[in-house]
Design a binder for this molecule. Structure first.
Ligand SMILES: [Zn+2]
Ligand SMILES: [Zn+2]
Length: 305
């Protein structure tokens, strides 16, 4: 029925599988480092690793589901699950941020004692390096294939790079000044940054789930429709469009002179539909409703635009 979406799936799958493998390895390494050092900044990194692993597992499942073609019970495909995955990822890391904050406050109240500093620094630096490479590739592949799921995972991974940098700076300052409170302070700053990204992911996810329209895309569609109808002496109304993750769906009404045959009107409508679909390459689905000039104002009370 359609040759959609298979493009780039292999590449997206590879980079997400790598993300999951990295999450598992870093989880083990960070938990070990947290136990050995007693640092609250490293503990927070380890706590984040637990939800990190859950979030990436969910995203890997969602990526497979998102690429299933439309079927008898899901006529519009499954790609919207990508928005759900981005929201889940945002909610999970926000929860981690609150746990980190709680732990930092607890350490400020009850005291901090840091041991095995060198081991903690080595693990954190290695994690930052792995996550930097991984995060940049996720964002790049996500942008190339227009995937909110991969971009969300990439943003999350890059946030963790900043958390690791905060840990390294805190441990460095502690080593240089012997003032132990750098550690919980760094943990709190990392938590605030994670919350900021978590909010952004949840915000984007809601926008996608509620079919928020992109004003830039809307301008482009309207400019194209204006040119197309003007060239044919027609008019259009009730333009609606939404983006479901990979596919852009567009609908509008075209108004024809009463004297045209259905066949003639259909030819013009099909041409206009395909030029809008071409604008929304690689995956635009466009449908128009045809009506005669005499009936232009007689209908569609249920539609508001
Ligand atoms: Zn993470
Ligand atoms: Zn109409």
């Amino acid at each position: 029925m359609q040759a959609m979406g298979v493009t780039g799936f292999g590449e997206q799958k590879r980079v997400m599988n790598f993300s999951l493998a990295a999450a598992a390895v870093l989880l083990g390494a960070k938990v070990t480092a947290a136990v050995m050092t007693g640092s609250s900044a490293i503990y927070s990194d380890a706590a984040e690793s637990v939800v990190h692993f859950l979030a990436v597992s969910f995203a890997v499942w969602a990526l497979h589901l998102a690429h299933k073609p439309a079927d008898e019970t899901h006529h519009f495909g499954h790609d919207k699950v990508a928005f759900l995955s981005a929201g889940f990822e945002g909610a999970m890391i926000s929860a981690a941020a609150m746990l980190i904050f709680y732990e930092a406050v607890r350490q400020i109240i009850f005291g901090v004692k840091i041991e095995n500093l060198g081991f903690g620094v080595a693990v954190t630096a290695a994690a930052a390096g792995i996550n930097l490479v991984l995060g940049l590739s996720l964002v790049a592949v996500g942008k190339r294939h227009n995937s909110p799921l991969l971009r969300a995972n990439g943003m999350h991974v890059l946030t963790d790079v900043w958390s690791s940098v905060a840990v390294l700076v805190a441990l460095g300052l502690y080593w240089a000044t012997d003032w132990v409170w750098w550690d919980p302070i760094a943990a709190m700053l990392a938590a605030l940054n994670i919350l900021r990204v978590g909010y952004r992911l949840i915000r984007e996810s809601l926008g996608g789930l509620l079919d928020e329209s992109d004003p830039v895309v809307e301008r482009e569609i309207r400019d194209l429709l204006d040119r197309e109808v003007e060239a044919r002496g027609l008019s259009y109304h009730n333009l609606r469009h939404r983006h479901s993750g990979r596919t852009h769906w567009v609908e509008f009404h075209l108004v024809f002179e009463d004297s045209l045959t259905v066949g003639e009107a259909h030819v013009a409508a099909t041409e206009i539909e395909s030029s809008v679909a071409a604008l929304l390459h690689p995956d635009g689905r466009v449908i128009s409703h045809l009506e005669p000039r005499s009936a232009e104002n007689e209908e569609e009370h249920w539609e508001t635009r």
